[in-house]
Design a protein around this ligand. Structure first.
Ligand code: C5P
Length: 265
């Protein structure tokens, strides 16, 4: 069984407050994009194993694919064995939700394989036990997320927003937990206006975690007219435009970043 596992960007991300449970209250728009990992499962009787190809990730045993399979097994009583192959193309630590997407893809794949033992609501609740962004990826598309990111409602891309663009991926990631932990030091007065595409309240925090991000961002802003903004907790920068992307790509490459063109899904 095979399934694609897509990345997301955050069209805006507003952080409201730190909650008593340690998570931050958010208001964001998640947008699924056409960059994806591929996940395939060969069911078998052996304990479940995971093989990762493509972009290297640190520790397979902590991979959210295995966490999702284990959570599904516990929730439904189905024994899950065999081998999973994950072909990784979504950069790790990039704010593109790759790990969360892989977890949601695993849940969707297993639920289909076992003839839907979990309702959609059950899937969403199980997804949240794995991570704040996982519920979004159960259905994907374009959704507004509040709470930790799990209070979801379908959203529409604003009409004047380009639905394609460029991902600019610095040669380093930013840890989500570390980024949120710096947010309080960077927080300003709460904004009362409607969030604008490209706003990201975690940007300054991400630059505290990784000052090289600020240098790259400033160079891009000074040298190109095309606006760029950060996705999620970084480090990926996004440019939404249907203009010629070649000059921006060239500059980003000179700054040591990888670039990939993408479209909304
Ligand atoms: O939920 P997830 O495990 O993906 O989150 C990773 C870390 O990011 C959390 O442990 C928490 O430190 C931070 N986080 C947060 N508020 C959110 C989402 C994540 O503080 N809404």
């Amino acid at each position: 069984m095979k399934i694609s596992s897509h990345a997301k960007i955050n069209l805006y991300l507003r952080v409201k407050e730190k909650r008593a449970d340690g998570f931050h209250e958010l208001d964001t728009i998640f947008q699924e994009i056409d960059i994806c990992d591929e996940l395939s499962w060969l069911p078998g009787n052996d304990p479940l194993s995971l093989d990762v190809k493509g972009i290297a990730i640190d520790n397979n045993s902590e991979n959210l694919v295995l966490a999702a399979a284990q959570a599904f097994s516990l929730a439904t009583g189905h024994k899950i064995g065999g081998s999973i192959l994950l072909i990784k193309k979504i950069p790790v630590g990039g704010g593109l939700g790759g790990g969360s997407s892989n977890a949601a893809a695993t849940l969707n794949l297993l639920n289909r394989h076992f003839d839907l033992p979990l309702t959609q609501q059950g899937l969403l609740e199980l997804a949240l036990t794995i991570g704040s962004d996982v519920p979004f990826f159960v259905e994907g598309g374009c959704q507004r997320g509040r709470g930790r990111g799990e209070l979801l409602e379908k959203a529409c891309v604003p009409v004047d927003t380009a639905t394609q663009g460029l991902l600019i991926m610095p040669p380093f990631g930013v840890s989500t937990a570390l980024c949120f932990s710096k947010w309080a030091q960077t927080a300003r007065e709460p904004s009362h206006h409607e969030p604008q595409i490209g706003e990201n309240d975690l940007f300054l925090a991400a630059c505290m975690v990784e000052p090289r991000l600020r240098l790259i961002f400033d160079e891009l802003v000074q040298q190109t007219p095309t606006p760029v903004f950060m996705s999620g907790s970084g480090s990926t920068l996004v440019c939404l435009t249907s203009d010629n992307l070649a000059p921006l790509r060239k500059l980003a490459t000179q700054l040591g970043c990888r670039t990939t063109a993408f479209r909304f899904r």
